[in-house]
Design a protein around this ligand. Structure first.
Ligand code: GSH
Length: 219
């Protein structure tokens, strides 16, 4: 029996960051897929009162909010460490995680990735081009800031992979399939190269939408 159970929606970037962290730790887990309509069901609201994913269960301990889950996993599964020991590098990791949550997801990914991928593929609806257009200036600002934070470093917090790389790669990966990617990432080849390296990692390969959907279907 796997000690770690993750409730998530296949395709969720936040869920993917958690699964990728478990993969980096080479730790087995059980995935329980949550169908979007079930997010508001009492059973799921008991796990996550705000009706979102992911949720982690570890024995009798239950945790929601991706950053909390990622840090918990890094504490209970210390190897390989995904938080820098150096205070300044750890500060950069925390900053990048919050840029991901507050500026990349809110108003950028949850508009552009949603309109380009989730709406057509899961709902059969056309993308709202006006909404995408409105999100583009903010998206360009966020991509520029991510590129600046990354700089010439191999990873967001410096020489070593950290939780921030997993969270941001899971989020940015969605953009690769959109026509907005060349516009947003074109001016930032270092950021695009970093995403290419991240996508090559076994942890990211093991947690693509398709792989997670297959895992969910297998139970
Ligand atoms: N702050 C939450 C955000 C999680 C989140 O927004 N998850 C999305 C999927 S990527 C979700 O559950 N969306 C369902 C909804 O908004 O109804 C976290 O960090 O875990």
């Amino acid at each position: 029996m796997n000690a770690f159970v993750v409730h998530s929606i296949p395709g969720s970037p936040f869920g993917r960051a958690v699964l990728a962290a478990l993969e980096e730790k080479r730790t087995g887990y059980r995935l329980i897929a949550v169908a979007p309509p079930a997010l508001r069901a009492p059973e799921h609201l008991a796990r996550h009162p705000f009706g979102r994913v992911p949720v982690l269960e570890h024995g009798d301990y239950r945790l929601y909010e991706t950053q909390a889950i990622l840090r918990y996993l890094d504490r209970v599964l210390p190897e390989p460490a995904l938080t820098p020991a150096d205070a300044r590098a750890a500060g950069r990791m925390d900053q990048a995680l919050n840029v991901n949550d507050w500026y990349l997801f809110q108003g950028v990914a949850n508009v552009i990735a949603f309109q380009r991928i989730v709406r057509p593929q899961l709902m059969g609806l056309a993308a709202d081009e006006a909404a995408i257009g409105e999100a583009m200036p903010r998206a360009a600002q966020v991509f520029a800031e991510l590129a600046r934070l990354l700089g010439e470093q191999p990873f967001f917090a410096g020489a070593q992979l950290s939780l921030a790389d997993l969270a941001i790669a899971a989020q940015l990966d969605f953009f690769l399939e959109t026509p907005e990617w060349p516009v947003l990432a074109g001016p930032h080849p270092g950021l695009a190269a970093w995403l290419g390296r991240m996508r090559d990692r076994p942890s990211l390969r093991a947690t693509t939408w398709e792989r997670v959907a297959a895992l969910a279907a297998a139970g």
